[in-house]
Design a protein around this ligand. Structure first.
Ligand code: ATP
Ligand code: MG
Length: 147
């Protein structure tokens, strides 16, 4: 089953939105298979955002993601990568549709949540935050009412 890496970013943790954001994914029907509350180091941030290394906003991005603790989660479900991106909304809060996480909670570039943008990147990002043993295989009791 497809998996994706979600981060509740430092602004959301500081604003007390961690639970609300987890709930958004849970109530959609995604299965939580891994969770870790951590402060991202400069080294981990550089590995996570390696694709943005040449961008003009790279330094701000590293500063932002390392500015406080994050909640990292691996979520599983049919089409999990695309489904989570839809739930998150457009990159910047001002552009995100109401009803999406960023549309409901963000105004600008501090955009509350990260989600992998492809299956390949999801596998890579999950491996940055979780050892294979940290991910839990189990059946959701209500899974047959979701899928
Ligand atoms: P994320 O990867 O965090 O889930 P995303 O995939 O919607 O967000 P990306 O294009 O991957 O957006 O950009 C990564 C992050 O870099 C964004 O979440 C945002 O915080 C920041 N960012 C992107 N574009 C800019 C920009 N032009 N100026 C400043 N920051 C930016
Ligand atoms: Mg991205």
């Amino acid at each position: 089953m497809e998996r994706t890496l979600i981060l509740v970013k430092p602004d959301a943790v500081q604003r007390g939105l961690t639970g609300e954001i987890i709930t958004r994914f849970e109530r959609k029907g995604l299965k939580l298979v891994g969770a870790r509350f951590l402060q991202i180091s400069n080294d981990l941030a550089a590995r996570h955002y390696a694709v943005h290394k040449s961008k003009p906003f790279y330094n701000d991005l590293i500063k932002y993601i390392t500015s406080g603790p994050v909640m990292a989660m691996a979520l599983e479900g049919k089409g999990a990568v695309a489904v989570c991106r839809k739930l998150m909304g457009a990159t910047f809060g001002k552009d995100a549709e109401p009803g999406t996480i960023r549309g409901d909670f963000a105004m600008d570039k501090l955009n509350i949540v990260h989600g992998s943008d492809s299956i390949e990147n999801a596998e890579y990002e999950i491996s940055l935050y979780f050892k294979p043993d940290d991910l839990v295989e189990y059946e959701l009791n209500n899974g047959r009412w979701i899928n």
